[in-house]
Design a binder for this molecule. Structure first.
Ligand SMILES: [Zn+2]
Length: 430
C-alpha cells in the first residue's frame, strides 16, 4: 500500500473539529494550525496528523520501527499544508464560450437583458446540445485539470445547459464519467430548471411540469445526481415554480439547493429555509429576514464573489451573515457567462477584499464548510485521521499569502487520495 509522510510543515492547517457540522461565527477563524507539523498517509486515507513527534509516535505503533524505510517522505520545506479546496457550486459541463458578451455588458447590457435576447444561458444551451458527449467530456476535463492546479480536489457540477431530457442526461453522464476517470471528485446536481428553454418561452409552467414529472424521476431512478437546484430569479423561475421543482426533487431523494436572491431579493433564502435546503447560493440581494432564516435553519450560504466581480454587481453581505451565525462557504460558480474562472485562490482574494472576510475565514469557507455544502463534511475539507487524503502544499510560509498575493498561483503540490497529482505547479500526467 502507498505510504507517504509529509514532514517539516511550517503551518499545517488541519481545520479539525468540524466534520460533524460546518463552522460558524468565531470558529471560522480557527484553522486548527499545527506548527512544525507532519501528516502521514496510508493508501487513500490520512493515517496521522500532528507534530512530527506525535506522528512518529503514532506510526511506530502501527508500522513498527524504521518508518522512513516504510514510507515515501516529502519535505515541505517549512511551508503551508492545507486541505484540498472544495468547490461546491460549478456549471462545469458545457460547450462553447461567451467572450463576446463581455463587450456587450461593458456597453451597458445587463446579464438578464442578454438572456432575454436569447443569449446567455440559452446560447450555451444551443452549443451544449450540439456537442457530442466526447466533446463535452474533453472540454470539461481540461477545466478540471485547471481546478486541480489551483488546489481544488472536489467540485460539484450542475446540469442545466441541456434543458431537455436527452441533453440534461448527456451532461450528467459526462459528470459521472469525469468523476470516474479524473483525479478530481465530481459531485452531481440536477439543474433542469436553470432557465426556461426557448421552445417553452410562452408556456414556462409547461416546462416546469416536464422538469417535475419527467426529468426528476428519471434522474433519481438512474442515480445521476444527489442534489436538485433551481435558478429562482425574476424573469427566470418564480418562487412558486422554484418550490415545485425543489419539492419534487426532495420527494425523489434529491437534496435541495437554490440559486437565490442573486439579482433581485425574491425570498429565495426564505424558501431554502422552509424546504431545509442544504445550501442557498449567491445571495447578493438577500433580505435581513432571509439571513436570519438561514442562520436558524442551518442552511449553508454558498457565496460566489467571482460572479459579483464579473457582473460588476454589489457583493454579498458576508459579514452580516457571519455575525448572524450563518455557515458561509465559497465557490467559483465556474460557468461561461457570469464567472468564467477555475481559480479558487482568486475567489479567496475577492472574499477578503470585497466581502471583508478574513484570510482564515475564507479558508474555512473554501474547505470544511464547502465540503458540508455538498454533504461531504465527514469525508473531506479537513486533515484528520481517517479522512480522505486530499491536501495541498502552498509555496508560501504563511496561509495569508494565498490572499495577500493575487493573480499568481501559489499551489506547489496537490495530493488527491494519497497520490501526488500536481508537482511544482504542474500536472503529473496519469
Ligand atoms: Zn450557478
Amino acid at each position: 500500500m502507498n505510504r507517504l509522510m509529509i514532514r517539516n510543515i511550517g503551518q499545517l492547517l488541519t481545520l479539525r473539529g468540524a466534520s460533524g457540522r460546518p463552522k460558524t461565527g468565531s470558529s471560522l477563524s480557527d484553522l486548527g494550525i499545527i506548527e512544525n507539523g507532519c501528516v502521514a498517509i496510508e493508501g487513500e486515507t490520512i493515517a496521522a496528523v500532528g507534530t512530527e513527534q506525535e506522528v512518529w509516535h503514532r506510526l511506530c505503533q502501527r508500522w513498527g520501527e524504521r518508518l522512513s524505510d516504510k514510507a515515501d517522505v516529502m519535505d515541505a520545506g517549512g511551508r503551508v499544508v492545507m486541505p484540498g479546496m472544495v468547490d461546491p457550486h460549478t456549471h462545469l459541463v458545457f460547450a462553447g464560450t461567451r467572450e463576446y458578451e463581455l463587450e456587450m455588458r461593458l456597453q451597458g447590457a445587463t446579464y438578464l437583458e442578454i438572456l432575454q435576447a436569447g443569449g446567455g444561458i440559452l446560447a450555451t444551451t444551443r452549443k451544449t446540445r450540439q456537442a457530442t458527449e466526447e466533446e463535452l467530456l474533453r472540454q470539461a476535463s481540461s477545466r478540471l485539470d485547471r481546478f486541480l492546479q489551483y488546489g481544488v480536489t472536489t467540485v460539484e457540477a450542475k446540469s442545466g445547459y441541456g434543458l431537455d431530457w436527452k441533453h440534461e442526461w448527456k451532461q450528467l453522464r459526462v459528470a459521472r464519467r469525469l468523476h470516474e476517470t479524473h483525479p478530481v471528485d465530481v459531485v452531481s446536481t440536477f439543474m433542469g430548471a436553470h432557465v426556461v428553454p426557448e421552445e417553452y418561452r410562452n408556456d414556462p409552467d409547461r416546462y416546469v411540469d416536464i422538469v417535475v414529472d419527467e426529468m426528476i424521476p428519471q434522474v433519481a431512478d438512474k442515480g445521476l445526481a444527489e442534489f436538485c437546484d433551481v435558478f429562482c430569479e425574476k424573469d427566470v423561475f418564480s418562487l412558486e415554480q422554484s418550490r415545485r421543482v425543489l419539492e419534487a426533487g426532495k420527494r425523489h431523494g434529491l437534496m435541495p439547493k437554490i440559486h437565490a436572491d442573486e439579482m433581485e431579493a425574491m425570498g429565495g433564502a426564505e424558501l431554502a429555509a422552509d424546504l431545509g435546503a442544504i445550501s442557498a447560493d449567491h445571495l447578493l440581494r438577500v433580505s435581513d429576514r432571509g439571513i436570519c432564516r438561514l442562520a436558524e435553519t442551518g442552511v449553508i450560504a454558498v457565496l460566489l464573489p467571482g460572479t459579483a466581480f464579473y457582473l460588476m454587481a454589489p457583493f454579498a453581505r458576508a459579514r452580516d451573515m457571519i455575525e448572524a451565525g450563518v455557515a458561509v462557504a465559497l465557490s467559483t460558480d465556474c460557468n461561461p457567462g457570469s464567472s468564467p474562472t477555475m481559480s479558487m485562490p482568486m475567489i479567496l482574494n475577492l472574499a477578503c477584499l470585497h466581502m471583508r472576510m478574513t484570510p482564515a475565514e475564507a479558508i474555512s469557507a473554501a474547505t470544511i464548510n464547502a465540503a458540508h455544502a455538498i454533504g461531504r463534511g465527514w469525508q473531506i475539507g479537513s486533515l484528520e485521521e481517517g479522512k480522505q487524503a486530499d491536501l495541498v502544499l502552498l509555496d508560501a510560509p504563511h496561509y495569508a499569502f494565498l490572499q495577500y498575493h493575487f493573480g499568481i498561483n501559489l499551489i506547489d503540490t496537490v495530493i488527491k487520495k494519497g497520490r501526488v497529482v500536481v508537482k511544482n505547479g504542474q500536472l503529473v500526467r496519469r
